[in-house]
Design a protein around this ligand. Sequence first.
Ligand code: NDP
Ligand code: 2IT
Length: 449
Amino acid sequence: MLASDQDRLNCFMHGLKRRNPHQPEFHQAVYEVALDVIPYIRDHPIYDRHRILERLTEPDRIVIFRVNWEDDQGNFRANRGYRVQQSNAIGPYKGGIRFHKQVSLDTLKFLAFEQTFKNGLTGLPMGGAKGGSDFNPKGKSEGEVMRFCQRFMAVLAHHIGPNTDVPAGDIGVGSREVSYMFGQYKHMVNQFTGAITGKGLSFGGSLIRTEATGYGAVYLLDNMLRHHGDGLENKTVLVSGSGNVAQYTVEKLIELGARVISMSDSSGTIHDPAGITTERLAWLKELKNVRRGRVQAYADEFKVAYYPGKRPWQIPCEIAIPCATQNEINTEDARTLLNNGCLAVVEGANMPTIQEGVDLYLEAGILYGPSKAANAGGVAISGLEMTQNSMRLSWSREELDRRLQGIMADIHRQCVKHGQEGKRVNYRKGANIAGFLRVADALVACGNI
Ligand code: NDP
Ligand code: 2IT
């Protein structure tokens, strides 16, 4: 990086931190984009004149609200709800809702910022947003979850709509929660519209949406490996997490002939050295999605190793696919992966590697698929759910899978186009610049509003 670019980056980050104190995740997400975009802007001053980076790091608006609900014992409870509407430069605000006890404004601002670039990469008309609550769904009864979702949507409904802002799921929000929220929304506005995606198939949901994030991440990985003359067959893969993204990442990996040897949750990691089979994955899905159990039960059932309190990264592998949460790979984990000969890290989760870890991947020259490219398949099929809702038609599974593969291949092409550095492809740079351009050109065209 030129000294003048470094000065500009330092100055920009100084201002951003002053305006957004105590929000380290937001700082991290912005820094990772600014690193690539600031040198680009130097050579394309129109984006500087229009102050695009400054405008994109200031959300259009943030709604923060109280959610009152009643638990099974009749106690009145209160949580905090949020919706960060980051940018509608290229389409209605679009992004998931997260329910997790650690949800904060910082987390949701980082996610909404990332979402804006990711949605741009899909090529579909979707702006960026994220929402959620510090409500902890763990251990809550069915009735408590339903009442919370209804009260959350009772407030959020005033701020969303099919042409305004279209939420979906994320951590702690799956088809059950999306359906309760959709029911509440429909009840309030007396209209059946596609104002939320990830719905059940019988009421406006799209085929492949459940699978899309995990399948999409594997499609991107497959594109990356093929582009470098390699393939997935017989590769040893670590996956973290055991929720929606992890389950369908593992499913597609098995189908394409890779050997997946780990999964995890916030309590620990299972290590199945022979490789998770289709039958064992079906068992785990039932454990997680129906019984809502812990991953340790897999180790007990199939007599494999369980590492309590540990993440998978110390296990030797050729490919790592983090699918749990942000910053789940620290510097030491990244070093361990590289020392063990890992040749690719592809991010199913949002921003799962800390900044220094990403630097290490790039220095080592391994294939690194950043989250905004790798996990864009989920929101891409959400975008196609919106399309189907508008047409009042449903596409087949084959049609949607074909489109998903096409979108992930196109994201790969955009990364190569903007990230080629000599013989290597810097996918972080490619994704950042391609995503930035999609949104920036729209902002320039629409003027200073
Ligand atoms: P789920 O709630 O279905 O699963 C989350 C998984 O991650 C669980 O195994 C959970 O374990 C684990 N996890 C969550 N928080 C932590 C934590 N703080 N430390 C360790 N483990 C944790 O969520 P998803 O699978 O939908 O989301 C996973 C990641 O993928 C997130 O980063 C999300 O933003 C991202 N993503 C999701 C998309 C989607 O379509 N769902 C689309 C694109 C990205 P436990 O059960 O113990 O909490
Ligand atoms: O992080 C993400 O891309 C998501 N949670 C999915 C968002 C969506 O609108 O489908």
